[in-house]
Design a protein around this ligand. Structure first.
Ligand code: ATP
Ligand code: MG
Length: 206
């Protein structure tokens, strides 16, 4: 691997949001700890009450999000042998987006940028699948909460799943500029990065 592609991997970034339920459940430390011990580097962090406008922009950074999320939801209904509320994925997503705006603007949230090798994929793995009922044991959504599409639909609200994490590198870059200004992200070295990234592990033995 040449220098440039190594640098590209080391500098992959992802945006993570601890949603208001994560803050209310006193899980900020637990959630941050999971990312911290992975080896990724925290380069930006703040607490705020997000606006509805920001949440709409955030979920619509991916022009395909409406279609994909609608289709994912319809498929999950059908897998359980249930009838989705609409057959049109865009109608399904309209409701989800409205409910998301209410949910994520309901109180303080914590937003962060984490950087490092395969940051997007590693963080998605630690976060787990969207629906806590089916997200894997060992993941944040699988371990710390108990919601489902079924119950959130009955209640007419978004699935409460503690965190958001960028879905891919392009989404991450677009989300980061929505939430952070220039200068709020820090460029620094973590000494233990050597053990993760250096090609030769010189200098350990005395
Ligand atoms: P996020 O983007 O928040 O990290 P995700 O990528 O796993 O989650 P998306 O499909 O992008 O899932 O959905 C965004 C958010 O919308 C989910 O995290 C969840 O809070 C809510 N949501 C998604 N689908 C549904 C649904 N069918 N019913 C209720 N809420 C939903
Ligand atoms: Mg998403």
């Amino acid at each position: 691997m040449n220098f440039d592609s190594r640098k590209k991997f080391k500098e992959e970034r992802t945006l993570i949001l601890i949603k208001p339920d994560g803050v209310q459940r006193s899980l900020i430390g637990e959630i941050i700890g999971r990312f911290e011990r992975s080896g990724l580097k925290l380069i930006g962090l703040k607490m705020l009450v997000p606006s509805k406008d920001l949440i709409e922009k955030h979920y619509l950074v991916n022009p395909e999000w409406r279609r994909i999320t609608g289709e994912k939801t319809i498929e999950s209904y059908k897998k359980k042998g249930k009838q989705p509320p609409f057959e049109d994925p865009f109608k399904v997503t309209e409701i989800i987006l409205n409910n998301l705006k209410k949910y994520i603007t309901s109180g303080p949230a914590v937003v962060m940028v984490w950087q490092g090798m395969h940051a997007v994929g590693i963080v998605r793995k630690l976060v787990g699948g969207t629906e806590p009922l089916t997200s894997d044991v060992g993941t944040i959504r699988g371990d710390f909460t108990i919601d489902s599409y079924e119950v959130s639909d009955i209640d007419g609200r978004a699935v409460r799943n503690l965190v958001h994490a960028s879905g891919n590198i392009e989404e991450a870059e677009k989300e980061i500029v929505l939430w952070f200004q220039d200068g709020e992200l820090l460029n620094y070295r973590l000494i233990p990065e050597s053990i993760l990234y250096d090609v030769n592990l010189d200098g350990i033995l005395e």
